[in-house]
Design a binder for this molecule. Sequence first.
Ligand SMILES: [Zn+2]
Length: 433
Amino acid sequence: MEFQKTPLHRSGLFSSMMDQRCSEKKLKNVILLIGDGMGFSYTTGLRYFNNDSVKALMVPTIFDRHFVGTQSTYSLDPESNITDSAAAGTALATGYKTYNGAIGVNIHGQSVPTVLEYAKYRGKSTGLVGTSQINHATLAAFAAHNESREQYNKIADDYFDERLNGQLKIDVMLGGGKSYFCREDRHLAEEFMKNDYGYVTSLWELVANKNERVLGLFAPVELPKQIDRVPAVPSLAQMTKAAIQRLQQNPKGFFLLVEGSQIDWAGHENDIVGAMSEVKDFEAAYQEAVHFALDREDTLVIATADHSTGGMSIDRDDHYKWNPGVIKAVTATPRVIADRLHRTKDIGTLKNDISFSLDDEDLQLLRTTLEMTADDTHQALISIINHHSSTGWTTKGHTGEDVPVYACGLCSHLFSGKIENSDIANILFQIID
Ligand SMILES: [Zn+2]
């Protein structure tokens, strides 16, 4: 990767926005958090979810307090005007809008530098944290270059093989994906260990490990959603904290990318329990980042989404009453509950997982699906919970509306107003200098 000079200011917009406040103080650290699929209905849903009654003014979320603007997400795909995570991730990482499926390459398939790589080139430490496998689309777009997001093994190889000034480019990697890093044909975890990385596979090991550089893989592929997680699997906030602790040792600062990867996955399933679980996980990670930044004057924190997913709506069918109480009355994702029901085949055990009252029609539907597959029970639970909470969905895919941008700390005002997803990278390239 060539970094002959500071990347060009491609939109030409930002020099005028670089005011005194941003240029006088030195920006040392950047924490970019991406809620995959986290459109406005998810962060508004979080506000409803956090407020028990709507008899008074709702208490704003931490995101509300840091709202600065919106960004448009469309990709430059020849077939589609709705982005996927790879194209949006690449735009956010490189400043180039590209085709769907592209990982760190432009519309012509050529590798383009990412802000993570640029930060490394400038002597900073770098980190990638997420709840999917860490070689999954959004995270991959910041640290690998591939014409296709499907090349999971090659992307994992890139994390080790692609060097900047002869150095490994990612210092801290935390998330899922053991099956891609410990393979029959290649044991990347061992290769990282030989290069003085710590390798950890549980929260306890992560906390006990003292290496400044670490690879933490806490599941074969994705982590369980927060609501289903066991104590050995860290939360996104715990991983964010562990990453910051290590990265801040570098006197030149750091760039950290944190992805709430599975907000999107819950959206694809139209699962409101999973969606709120993952938005809460992301909110706590954002709080962790803000907590670090507000103690100092040299750190920028940005939170945004790559697109929205599922066409989630807060209320449906003219009810005028969305009911987050129903969502809170469910203690695991519908997927986990469905699998459990299929093991026990006992509808009576449902009361351990669901404490809102199911009507006869619901119970009849669930009994019927117990004779079918766990997938059928999963779908039935999703539709029952959507019905009782009055949550609407329009698609199992992504949607094209603009997404929110939240920011705080040094230079945060540069992201205000209506911008393009690619502008986030273009501004970062300029201010990381
Ligand atoms: Zn996405």
